[in-house]
Ligand binder design. Structure first.
Ligand code: PMV
Length: 328
């Protein structure tokens, strides 16, 4: 059997952050989160179901993926094999539209594209909500990459995770805002997000406060996005980011994902804002800074931020589409 399926999923950046798991195995979050899907930054994954293969074969572009990558992908494909009641192995080729080694997490778009392509290759036709429930197990943020526009991943209450999936808050065309991705390092993450989340839960005295405050922030963020209120969304996005990094820093040992350029960028974004350019920063589990702004300000911002020391690259993205299958 040789069914070839290609899927494309776009990356996303959380405006209201997820940090903390209520169930590590099922990958259930302790807090809900809300993201913007990014145009321009996507993963394209082709899957061929091959019953003559013994094991999955996983390629990153033209090269075999390193074992850490293929083992994680293969364990994830096991879940889909189980759902489809199949033993067949997959040939998977995956590539990112953004430079690999740019220090950008590709797990969100990567697991979303793999979920869509692999479920189809096994003959499963699932809606985005069901797909997001599966993608969630590969990487939490991947649950949000099945949808375009503005997307909420629900914390859910059920022990089995059945109510922890993503839904659309607003479609791609709802609001034309841009995100600059300012790359300050191309080194791999010092501490994986799963290890970081577990350490934070186990050792931070502020963990409960983070969980409690996230819920209110998420409700306000949803409202801000629906009203297309850049000031409100931007201020909430910075608050969510800084609270998340505060709880990371308060773990033992403290988790510090920033470098010097990250801090310079925070100051620069705030200085530009005081000059009247509405721009807001957010930072994930790494040193890159993402800047939310009006499309008409993006070029000026990129030029001004690009003059700071330690900036490797600046990518610009608008609001991206749903994950989709390429016509075969
Ligand atoms: O998807 P994961 O497990 O790599 O976790 C992502 C966590 C953050 O990027 C820091 C925040 C978020 O909500 O995307």
């Amino acid at each position: 059997m040789h069914d070839r399926v290609t899927a494309i999923a776009h990356s996303n950046i959380a405006l209201a952050k997820y940090w903390g798991k209520r169930d590590v195995k099922r990958n259930l979050p302790s807090v809900g989160s809300l993201s913007m899907t990014l145009s321009n930054l996507h993963t394209r994954t082709t899957v061929v179901r091959d019953d003559t293969l013994e094991n999955d074969s996983i390629y990153l572009g033209d090269s075999p993926a390193p074992p850490s990558f293929s083992n994680r992908a293969s364990r994830f494909i096991d879940l889909i094999r189980e759902l489809a009641n199949s033993q067949d192995a997959l040939r998977v080729t995956t590539e990112n539209s953004f430079p690999t080694g740019a220090g950008l997490a590709s797990s969100a778009s990567g697991f979303a594209a793999l979920t869509l392509a692999a479920t189809r290759a096994f003959g499963l036709e699932l809606d985005n909500r069901a797909l997001s429930r599966i993608a969630r197990v590969g990487s939490g943020s991947a649950a949000r990459s099945l949808f375009g526009g503005f997307v909420e991943w629900h914390r859910g209450e059920a022990e089995d995770g059945s109510d922890s999936f993503a839904t659309r808050v607003a479609p791609t065309e709802h609001w034309d805002v841009h995100m600059l991705v300012v790359v300050t390092s191309d080194e791999a993450k010092s501490y994986s997000s799963t290890d970081g989340m577990n350490l934070t839960r186990d050792t931070s005295p502020y963990y409960d406060a983070w969980i409690r405050s996230s819920e209110t922030l998420l409700t306000e963020m949803r409202q801000g996005v629906l009203e297309r209120d850049l000031t409100r969304v931007g201020e909430l996005m910075e608050a969510s980011c800084l609270r998340m990094h505060a709880v990371m820093l308060s773990a033992t040992p403290g988790l510090l994902y920033w470098n010097g350029a990250t801090v310079e960028l925070i100051h620069a974004v705030r200085a530009l804002r005081s000059e009247g350019i509405e721009a807001y920063f957010t930072i994930d589990a790494g040193p890159q800074v993402k800047v939310l702004c009006r499309p008409s300000d993006a070029k000026t911002l990129a030029r001004r931020l690009g003059t700071l020391n330690g900036i490797k690259e600046i990518l610009e993205a608008g609001v991206g589409p749903d994950a989709y299958l390429e016509p075969s």
